[in-house]
Design a binder for this molecule. Structure first.
Ligand code: ADP
Ligand code: ZN
Length: 625
């Protein structure tokens, strides 16, 4: 086939098998190259649609595509999704009993599948390699390819054996896919897999449909409760710093009427799977988890990811928030920030024995605090972390762009703060932490202040015009701006830098962020709704119920039946026959055949019961201008 007719076939197959009208960024290029037989390295963010890059060529070309994947749980999910779309696919891993595995082998020998998922450890068994030669394999896809690199955060020794695969199958195209790769990991992947003149594709890491917000952590349970109560039909993940915290948060939410379950590595495997399944099947809306949760989750309709506690680094934060909104619908990423969390982590870091580890951890923490406290676009800060520039100015979809922080002439408070550091040091000959400085500024009578005689300093009790939290924020801002240094090696005590000493002496004007007290959670509806699909919400609810019933009947998660995008489009366009229904995104031939009738009759019934709805939609189709 020529390149053009292959590309044409790709677009047709996209609708026919997957029900999608168009490609996501870079999918088309990757698929086109793959159809031409090139080796490919593709770096796409979570939700970028990596699976389609090998699934679509697999349905167009004859033969078997072998997908190497590290996660057993995801294999089943992917195969369920493919089967729902009528693509013959299977997986082989340790979860299958002998009879089942035998059945699958027989069908592989009969050439009945297009896609086979395997774990790397099985792939390299010599008997398996023999079998592969008889299965008309026409390409390999290596999913989560960063697992091959020791420099990555998720190194799996089994992946290392994949480097032999190329010599065993020198003529077959390889496709390596990942959502995480620093330059070093990327080079490692190319070398290890010995990709031949690979076409490299790197998509933007921007996730336009995600809204980023940082909120001051005050009464965090109430803040979370209010948020979840406002969105009873949405699935969300709440990350907590400890196992105990996940349990107690889930308990308290349940006591307040929110279906929530915990998830952490200390639970029995059985309980963990049970809770995860319940979340995936839309029976539990909220999962309170440690960062152990997420890798094995493909749920596309997670509408929010909340971090109750400060994450340890920006990379982790980006990956965790990335689990929201894979389907492209608007979703929230909220971080609750408190200086207390920073102090706790500093303490924790200072207890690390290894100096190198300590340095890395404090640098990572510094970047995380910068993300949390900076008044710059959150998107811009996140992307910069991955060396990607954000050229568009105001993103309209983060708190800092939507509600820019005001600045004030902070010369006087800055002078007070810095001279207090200076006076303490001068009087006592040692330095103190941020809280002690604030105590002195606010005229506290606490034990340390009195014991050290800091109530006699000229800077004692000169800060009544601001609240404690404001002074702490000023202090941290002065650290960020380089006027003050915080020494993590020594209980995070504060010292003036030379820039600070100079500013103190010269009374240099200093800008500071105006303290805020507005509760941003009240105002979140004004964020951009990038990717939003307005629809009849009550029909959407009806369709969700239909979906859940069908999903249970077929033993699959609801999103395998149809995504929220499909249901929302149905509740917007009110399709009443098969032709109209097949126009809906996500409705391919197989799903039309399998589920079409159920949804069509639900929509028709709804329109009959609510004769006024849908008139507008009917008018739009019946009366073209
Ligand atoms: P990744 O593995 O990169 O995180 P997935 O392959 O899981 O992404 O795809 C994420 C979601 O996007 C899935 O629900 C998938 O059905 C959907 N998707 C992928 N490609 C398209 C497309 N071209 N149009 C619409 N939806 C798509
Ligand atoms: Zn922004």
């Amino acid at each position: 086939m020529s390149k053009d007719s292959l590309d044409d076939a790709a677009l047709k197959a996209l609708k026919r098998h997957f029900g999608h009208e168009s490609f996501r960024p870079l999918q088309e290029e990757i698929i086109s190259d793959s159809l031409q037989g090139s080796d490919i390295f593709a770096l796409l963010p979570t939700g970028g649609g990596k699976s389609l890059c090998y699934q679509l060529p697999a349905v167009i070309l004859d033969g078997l595509t072998v997908v190497i994947s590290p996660l057993i749980a995801l294999m089943k999910d992917q195969v369920d999704g493919l089967e729902a779309n009528g693509v013959p696919a299977t997986f082989l891993n340790s979860s299958l009993n002998k009879t089942e595995a035998k059945k699958r082998y027989a069908r592989l020998f009969a050439g009945e599948y297009r896609i086979l998922y395997v774990a790397p450890e099985r792939l390299m068994l010599s008997s398996f390699l023999e079998d592969l030669r008889q299965w008309n394999v026409h390409r390999f896809a290596v999913d989560e390819a960063h697992c091959i690199s020791e420099w990555g955060h998720d190194f799996r020794p089994e992946y290392r054996q994949l480097s032999n695969l190329r010599s065993l199958f020198p003529d077959l195209p390889f496709l390596a896919l990942t959502a995480t790769a620093t330059d070093r990991v990327q080079t490692d992947i190319l070398n290890q897999l010995r990709l031949k003149n690979p076409k490299t594709y790197v998509a933007s890491f921007n996730r336009p449909n995600l809204t980023y917000r940082v909120e001051t952590k005050q009464a965090v349970f109430q803040q979370i409760l209010r948020y979840t109560q406002n969105r009873p039909f949405d699935s969300g993940i709440i990350y907590c710093h400890s196992r105990k915290a996940t349990e107690s948060l889930a308990d308290r939410l349940r006591q307040s009427g929110i279906e929530a379950l915990p998830y952490h590595a200390g639970m029995t495997p059985l309980k963990r799977i049970e809770n995860q399944e319940s979340f995936i099947r839309d029976e539990t809306k909220v999962i309170c988890a440690t960062i152990a949760f997420g890798m094995g989750i493909d749920k596309p309709d997670v509408r929010y990811v909340i971090h109750q506690d400060l994450p340890k680094n920006v990379e982790g934060y980006y990956q965790e928030t990335g689990r929201a909104g894979r389907d492209g619908l608007p979703s929230d990423c909220i971080l609750f920030f408190s200086p207390g969390d920073v102090a706790k982590q500093l303490q924790f870091i200072s207890e690390k024995r290894n100096r190198k580890e300590r340095d890395v951890a404090s640098e990572q923490l510094r970047q995380m605090v910068h993300y949390s406290e900076s008044s710059e676009c959150r998107r811009k800060t996140l992307l910069a972390y991955f060396s990607e520039e954000w050229p568009h100015g105001n993103c309209g979809n983060c708190d800092n762009c939507q509600y820019p922080k005001k600045t004030i002439d902070g010369t006087i408070p800055a002078q007070k703060f810095m001279s207090c550091i200076f006076r303490v040091q001068q009087a006592s000959g040692f330095s103190v932490g941020i809280n002690h400085i604030v105590d002195v500024l606010l005229g506290s009578q606490n034990e340390k202040v009195l014991k050290w005689g800091h109530n006699r300093l000229s800077t004692y009790n000169i800060g009544q015009e601001y609240k404690r939290a404001d002074w702490q924020a000023f202090g941290r801002e002065l650290v960020r701006e380089g006027y003050i240094e915080q020494n993590p090696e020594n209980h995070s005590v504060l010292e003036l830098t030379s820039k600070g000493r100079l500013a103190l002496k010269d009374r240099t004007p200093i800008c500071l962020t105006q303290p805020v007290s507005i509760d941003k959670s009240q105002t979140h509806s004004r964020y951009s709704q990038t990717g939003a699909i307005d629809c009849d919400e009550s029909l959407f609810a009806t369709l969700r119920a239909v979906r859940k019933e069908l999903a249970d009947e077929h033993g699959v998660p609801p999103y395998i039946v149809f995504s929220d995008v499909s249901l929302r489009e149905m509740a917007r366009d009110f399709p009443t026959d098969e032709a109209q229904l097949s126009e809906i995104s996500g409705v391919g031939l197989k799903k039309l055949e399998r589920y079409g009738e159920n949804f069509l009759s639900a929509i028709t019934e709804y329109l009959d019961a609510n004769p006024d709805t849908g008139i507008e939609a009917l008018e739009n189709t019946a009366l073209p201008e």
